[in-house]
Design a protein around this ligand. Structure first.
Ligand code: ZN
Length: 350
């Protein structure tokens, strides 16, 4: 049996293996404090039933996300996970590689596949210091810009599924006069390496909207914003691991155009009605409440202070959801479609 992290997004530390019991922990790397992302591959375990124990709550309600090809992800199931969510148990029917992860990984390969399937070409928006390409997709030809991005925190994959869903809708329904700049992986190095990304030292990508940004993707985007007429900006994230609001979909509100945010929230709620995973508009984090203190130099703070921007916020999408409102790859795309429909309706009204 071999446990590896040799794939985009891989992250685990194997502490001990005794018989069928494997003690593991998240690899925090340059994270300040604790975080919860992990992903690993098990090969050659055919016929065995193994337990993987993190020693703390590191697994969702439905067990780990499981994949055999890094493309299709499903939950292993509630019965696979211990009550305290410290460990999960899995029976391997064959020796081929099985991938396990905290959340359903959205890889750079998946975005390339989306581009190919829709006959689209991305351009190189920036090169990281490690030489990785930060890709940007532009659609439409108008002079008013909608900026969509995700993975300022590289482990937060649900945001990128939602972003793909928004793009799916806008490909055929983008209002006249508009164009989209979409950057799916702001921290592409972290996405490839399988880093946590959140609270990266000295600061993470969503704390880099400062006078001298240290990350090329942020630096280029700030330049882009100065030279283009950005009307809308939406940053797609995943929240904390699990529980309470973090099981939901919610907007992180700010002080720019609060009536517009109310209106958008109502439209998004309406458009997601009837979906198996939806936005209820009942747990948005209002400005200056809870942790939303509006002091950090985030993308949304930067864009909401531009003279051109009319609406700008962060959308947080749960990693797992709940039994009656559960995350799946398809459900996340449909939520993104609904966001796209809400955005088009909003734009048409204004
Ligand atoms: Zn985030």
């Amino acid at each position: 049996m071999n446990i590896s992290t040799d794939f985009p997004g891989g992250n685990i530390k194997v502490l001990t293996i005794s018989g069928d019991y494997v003690r593991v922990e998240c690899d925090l790397r340059d994270t300040e404090g604790d975080w919860f992302y992990w992903a690993f591959c098990v090969e050659g375990a055919g016929g065995r039933t193994l337990t993987f124990d993190f020693g703390k709550d590191r697994i969702g309600y439905f067990g780990p996300a499981v994949s055999h090809d890094l493309k299709v992800w499903n939950w292993a199931g509630e019965e696979s996970v211990a009550k305290n969510r410290h460990s999960f148990t899995y029976t391997f029917t064959e020796s081929d590689p099985v991938y396990f992860a905290h959340n359903m990984i959205y890889s750079p390969e998946r975005f390339d596949e989306f581009l190919r399937a829709n006959n689209l070409k991305a351009r190189t928006f920036a090169l990281t210091d490690k030489g990785n390409e930060v890709k940007a997709l532009e659609i439409g030809e108008g002079d008013k810009v909608i900026v969509l991005h995700s993975r300022h925190h590289c482990c937060e994959s649900t945001g990128t599924y939602v972003l793909e869903g928004v793009l799916q809708h806008l490909l055929t329904a983008l209002p006249k006069g508009y164009r989209v700049l979409a950057i799916p992986f702001m921290d592409i190095d972290g996405v490839i390496n399988g880093d946590q990304g959140k609270n990266r030292r000295p600061h993470d990508h969503n704390r880099d909207y400062i006078d001298q940004p240290i990350y090329p993707s942020v630096r280029e985007l700030m330049k882009y914003a100065a030279d283009n007429n950005v009307k809308y900006q939406f940053d797609f994230h995943s929240p904390y691991h699990i529980g309470g609001n973090d099981d939901k979909v919610f907007l992180v509100r700010n002080l720019l155009n609060e009536a517009g945010q109310d209106e958008f929230a109502a439209l998004f709620k309406e458009e997601s009605e009837g979906l198996s995973f939806r936005y209820f508009a009942d747990c948005d984090i209002m400005p200056n409440t809870s942790w939303n203190k509006l002091i950090s130099p985030t993308s949304t703070k930067f864009f909401s202070n531009l003279p051109t921007t009319e609406l700008s916020f962060t959308l947080e999408t749960a990693y797992f959801g709940t039994n009656d409102n559960a995350v799946s790859q398809n459900n996340l795309l449909k939520l993104g479609n609904a966001f796209g429909r809400a955005l088009c309706r909003y734009i048409e009204r204004h």
